[in-house]
Structures are given as C-alpha cells and as structure tokens.
Design a protein around this ligand. Structure first.
Ligand SMILES: [Zn+2]
Length: 260
C-alpha cells in the first residue's frame, strides 16, 4: 500500500522534473509561472496536469488544440516513480517500522533527491548533449553534506571525487576536449561524492559496459556512425543510480562468477 503512495509521489516529482528540464533549457524560473500548452498557448489546468494519468486520458494530446505532447513527459514521470519505489524498497524492504530512525529517513530523502538530480542529468544530456553546472554543483553539495552526516568517511568521499573527476579530466586534457566536455569532469566528481571509494570504480565500469552495449546496438541498427557523439552523461547517471542502490550486490555477483 505504502509503495503505491511512493509511486504516486514519484510521478508528481517526475512531473516537476519535466518542468525543471524544460525551463532550464529555456532559462526560465521553474518556481514561478503557470503551465501552458507549447503549441496553442492555452493555460493548462490541474486536471490537465495530473502526472501520467492526464497523458493516458487525453491520449498524449492537448485538450484544447489536440496537438501531440512529447512522450518524454510520461516517460520521465514513470522513470522517477520507479526510481523512488526501488529506493524505498531497497531501504525499507527487509526491515520493519521499528527501525525508522532519523538517519534512515535522511538516507531515504537523500537518495530520492539524488535520484531526481540524476534523472535531470540523464534526460538533459540525452536531449541536449549537455551536463549543466547549475544541476551538478548543487548535487555535489547535497551528496557531500548528506553522506558525511550519514557517516561516510571524508577520505573515502574525497578520494572518489578525485578519482572520478580526475579520470575524465585526464581524457579531457589528452583529447583537448574532443572526447568529453568539462561537464563530464564535474559529473565524475559528483559520482564520487555520491558513491565514495571504491564504488566510484564500480559505477565507471558499469557506465562503460552500458555505453558499449548501447553503441553496438546503435551501430548494428546503423542509426549512428562511429564518429557520432554518445550522450555519455546519460550512461554515467544511470550507472551512478544502479551503483548507489546495488553496488555491493553487483560487485559480489561479479566476483562470484570467477570464484567457485
Ligand atoms: Zn494546445
């Protein structure tokens, strides 16, 4: 039952993230201003803005001009809701409410907030091939502060930030900015601040596997040539989320493949 509430809460947060992504791109304030249809400019009312369900009910079209909305909206809402549920289940799945301490609640909200930042980075890089400083810096500050309060060690966080940032900084210098951008360097540091040492390595490993599998898939479908740019921030964001939740499980599983 509570999982259903978490899912619906996630849909609403996802809906807000869509607005944030849209207005970051247009450099508008995402606190003020009401929602309008992009095509006809008609003001959208609460009944048009129920996350996911309005999209289903109106079959993805504007109620007023029947123009088709981007499928990004329901997808981001669903993905955020799913991420929120996965986080909730990971933290509360195997113990009872007596274990509800302030630290566990902080842990939950920290992961929810970080997941929200990662969703923005994921979508924004996929759409615009850009990792925004105005997203990455607040996320670094949040991750560092929360993780320190939650008891992660300073050296672990700073080593991981140095390794994550340094890994991309080296590629940036060697390629003179042709392979990757400065945004990847700061995203690498953010990954370190979220995951700590040594899971920054797990996340980089997963990101490269995801990126390779996806490239092979694209090349096989001849949708992109080898020289086309891949939105690598998208893979880094997904890998960071997977490692944040399942890092230890994935590492244990990986080694179990070699040790009999
Ligand atoms: Zn319209």
């Amino acid at each position: 039952m509570i999982v259903a509430f978490v899912f619906i809460f996630g849909l609403f947060v996802g809906s807000f993230l869509n607005v944030v992504i849209f207005r970051l791109h247009r450099q508008e304030s995402f606190i003020r201003g009401s929602s309008k249809c992009l095509f006809c400019g008609h003001k959208l009312y609460p009944q048009d803005l129920v996350p996911f369900f309005s999209f289903l009910y109106l079959r993805g079209r504007c109620r007023y001009c029947r123009e088709r909305f981007s499928v990004q909206y329901p997808l981001v809402e669903l993905a955020t809701a799913l991420a929120f549920v996965l986080i909730f289940v990971r933290l509360f799945g195997d113990f009872s409410p007596e274990f509800l301490t302030p630290l566990v609640i902080l842990h939950l909200f920290n992961w929810w907030a970080l997941a929200a930042f990662l969703v923005i980075i994921f979508v924004y890089d996929l759409k615009y091939y850009l990792i925004l400083d105005s997203v990455v810096w607040p996320a670094i500050i949040l991750a560092l502060t929360a993780n320190l309060v939650l008891g992660m060690l300073v050296w672990s966080l700073f080593t991981a930030m140095l390794v994550g940032g340094g890994f991309f900084f080296l590629q940036f210098v060697i390629s003179q900015g042709r392979w990757i951008g400065g945004g990847d360097v700061r995203l690498g540091a953010l990954m370190g601040a979220i995951l700590g040492w040594p899971h920054i390595l797990t996340a980089l490993f997963i990101a490269y596997i995801l990126g390779s599998v996806f490239s092979i898939f694209l090349l096989a479908g001849r949708k992109k040539g080898l020289k086309d740019k891949l939105p690598f921030g998208t893979f880094l964001a997904l890998a960071t989320f997977l490692t944040m939740l399942y890092g230890q499980i994935l590492v244990d599983w990986y080694w179990s493949l070699f040790i009999f």
